[in-house]
Design a protein around this ligand. Structure first.
Ligand SMILES: Cc1cc2nc3c(=O)[nH]c(=O)nc-3n(C[C@H](O)[C@H](O)[C@H](O)COP(=O)(O)O)c2cc1C
Length: 321
């Protein structure tokens, strides 16, 4: 298991610097940026630039024009660890421009882009795909991808048409990784990795280099540490609620540094549900959180809540006399 990897998957609107940092702190072997528009980079679009990582990590670009993507790579100011091409995004606004998962319908263009990326990229390149566009065609897709200069192939076990419905088809991921085991490419699986046990089960497949975790890591960076402990046959670590709140406060501080106090707090709301999941009175505390707009209010509210949790966990303190 030694050289297997568990990474943070790319997620638009989520895998910003604070989320990447906190997942690395809790054991992610590598972390991905959000998908970044190649056109946006070369247009000098400010919103796009805000999503370009300043630290070394795996970045993902989307686009469909080989020369635009080449130009975007040349404009990156920091060398990433690897550069990935998004060939899986099912979002309407992306697909209607023939980008993201639409590339699965034109495998020759997809290959041309990957060759163009390799020509100018100072770092290894990779591609992230779904099983197919309309239906599962992963064998014929990968048969072509292994002829390109990518180092890594990430496979989300659903088609574009499925979007996020149904279960991810891990048998297809395993079979294709086995079929092309001598291709020299690293295969990573993605889909429905919500618990350390599920991650552990998938990681044990001998043909996969690893997995990438997406939704299961939102508000739950601990999943990396916990999964690795199981993989290494070590005792599981349960993270208690008070520690989760403390980690969330650290995350919130990073969000405020990144986006400013007000925007950082507003952006943090969608992560708070993950951190508070399963805690006593979690829906009440989530509703309260959504109304707070300053760090001080949040700190006080969560301090009060933590004190309450301590009392619940420590019945003696309920009746100190
Ligand atoms: C909110 C959200 C944003 C996503 N953004 C991206 C993206 O930018 N690039 C990408 O390749 N996949 C993206 N994905 C897909 C994930 O990387 C992953 O393949 C998929 O969610 C399945 O994994 P999961 O079941 O662990 O969430 C996104 C998924 C979600 C839920």
């Amino acid at each position: 298991m030694g050289n297997k990897l568990i990474g943070l998957a790319p997620m638009a609107g989520y895998t910003n610097f604070p989320m990447r940092k906190i997942c690395e702190m809790f054991g992610a072997d590598f972390v991905f940026s959000e998908m970044i528009s190649a056109e946006g980079i070369i247009r000098g679009d400010i919103t796009t630039y805000k999503t370009v990582p300043k630290e070394k990590c795996r970045i993902q670009l989307f686009g469909n024009d080989p020369s635009t993507i080449q130009k975007a790579i040349k404009q990156l100011r920091t060398f990433p660890e690897t550069i990935d091409l998004n060939a899986g995004c099912p979002a309407k606004k992306v697909v209607k421009k023939d980008q993201g998962s639409a590339l699965l319908k034109d495998i020759y263009l997809l290959k041309e882009i990957l060759f163009a990326m390799k020509e100018v990229s100072p770092v290894p390149i990779s591609v992230k795909v779904r099983l197919g566009y309309f239906e599962n065609e992963i064998f014929s897709i990968v048969e072509e991808l292994v002829k390109t200069p990518v180092s890594d192939i990430y496979i989300h076990g659903r088609t574009k048409v499925q979007a996020y419905s149904g279960d991810a088809d891990w048998n297809s991921i395993f079979s294709v990784a086995e079929e092309f085991k001598n291709s020299g490419k690293n295969f990573f699986g993605s889909g429905d990795l919500y618990t350390p046990d599920i991650i552990n089960e998938k990681m044990r497949n001998e043909y996969l280099k690893g997995v990438i975790v997406a939704r299961g890591a939102i508000g739950n960076p601990f999943i990396f540490l916990q999964s690795k402990r199981i993989l290494e046959n070590k005792k599981n670590i349960e993270i208690d609620n008070i520690s989760k709140i403390n980690v969330f406060l650290l995350f919130l501080k990073m969000m405020m540094e990144e986006f400013g106090e007000r925007s950082g707090i507003i952006e943090s709301r969608k992560y708070f549900s993950g951190y508070s999941k399963g805690m006593p009175c979690s829906s009440k505390i989530r509703n309260a959180y959504m109304r707070l707009t300053t760090y001080n209010e949040i700190r006080l509210m969560l301090k009060k809540y933590s004190d309450e949790l301590k009392r619940i966990n420590d019945p003696i303190s309920l009746n100190p006399d």
